[in-house]
Design a protein around this ligand. Structure first.
Ligand SMILES: [Zn+2]
Length: 193
């Protein structure tokens, strides 16, 4: 590695929590944090590695507008599910695709105005959901689908993985014949992602 081009590693896109180096190598600068001697990115941005001064920093890439806020409508994918909540990987804010990665939590009490016995009755890992942010404390985005335009946009058969088709009040798998339930968005299966 030559010190003649100090910005040769400039510009790599990084996400929060991404490893940038160790403190033996670099001085952590803006947009970074250190844990157990390892330097990580604090934000979504471009990593700037200054080899001359041995500094590493991250320049935020996205403007503030592209961070989910309270009352933002988001689109995400259902991730790990517990009996009373699921994680949602947020990838769209309004109609804009996010370059960053934000996670939300959908709690069972915020799914619907009807009583929900178990999260698996209303969504399953892999489903695509439209939801609204109700709180963003500590950058944890708490979500709701309790509104008529919110809910699951695309759902996949938990037996065979095929896209489920709406059939009256249920979803039906055209491949294996399975029927499942979800809290559906009114435009289920219609809106391109
Ligand atoms: Zn199926």
């Amino acid at each position: 590695m030559t010190l003649k081009s100090p910005e040769q590693k400039t510009g790599r896109l990084v996400v929060p929590g991404e490893r940038l180096g160790v403190i033996e190598e670099f001085i952590p600068d803006s947009g970074t944090y250190v844990k157990d001697g390892v330097i990580y990115s604090k934000t979504v941005g471009r990593a700037l590695v200054d080899l001359l001064n041995k500094r590493v920093s991250v320049y935020p890439l996205i403007d503030r507008e592209l961070v989910p806020k309270v009352s933002s409508t988001i689109v995400g994918q259902i991730g790990n599910a517990q009996s009373d909540n699921v994680l949602v990987k947020i990838f769209k804010l309004g109609n804009k695709r996010l370059s960053g990665e934000f996670s939300g939590i959908l709690h069972i009490s915020d799914v619907s105005d009807r009583y929900v016995d178990s999260m698996t009755d209303v969504c399953k890992p892999g489903d695509i959901v439209r939801a609204k942010v109700i709180s963003s404390k500590n950058r944890v985005f708490h979500l709701t689908t309790n509104d008529k335009n919110l809910g699951i946009m695309y759902a996949f058969c938990s037996r065979c993985g095929n896209l489920l088709e709406p059939q009256r009040y249920e979803l039906h798998c055209p491949k294996c014949g399975n029927t499942e339930n979800r809290k559906l968005a009114p435009d289920y299966g219609k809106k391109p992602l």
